[in-house]
Design a protein. Structure first.
Length: 157
């Protein structure tokens, strides 16, 4: 999963795909296709999802959002979560968070963070499921011994 092209904008709901950079910011378009493109200037706070992490109680102290999203995608078999971010109670959101990240830090991960995670996961699962697909592993470069052995074969011919 690679979230380097997906961003959130402070003061705007939803998620946005970075179309291209400009001299003074970036051009964004909504992931859900509702609304048009817009330019986010230098005063607009744009955060890439790849740079966001969730607090945990383990030694590392946090987990990248990508891993949390992958866990949710596997838990829900590629479909959206059955909860509504608007109607979900605090207990339902905490259960959702337990499923996504069992060792989350209950003191530092707020209900509002859980609600955002739910909204973001549902948006990506519905409109950008391609982000969750396993990328084929790139073929490894041949090792020096493989190169040497192929050279020996050519010399023998």
């Amino acid at each position: 999963m690679d979230l380097k092209e997906i961003a959130t904008v402070s003061g705007k709901g939803g998620l946005f795909r970075i179309v291209k950079p400009t001299r003074s910011g970036v051009i964004l378009e909504p992931v859900d296709g509702k609304g048009g493109r817009f330019a986010a200037g230098p005063s607009t706070r744009v955060s890439l999802l790849k740079e966001i992490s969730m607090y945990t109680t383990d030694e590392e102290g946090s987990v990248p959002l990508e891993r949390v999203m992958e866990q949710l995608y596997q838990s829900y078999d590629g479909s959206t979560a059955p909860l509504s971010s608007k109607d979900a109670s605090e207990d339902e959101l905490r259960a959702f968070m337990e499923q996504a990240l069992p060792n989350y830090d209950q003191d530092r991960v707020y209900v509002s963070d859980m609600r955002k995670l739910l909204v973001w996961y549902n948006l990506l699962a519905e409109h950008r499921a391609d982000l969750f697909q396993e990328e084929p592993a790139a073929e490894d470069e041949p090792t020096p011994s493989e190169v040497a052995s192929s050279g020996d074969a050519e010399e023998q011919e």
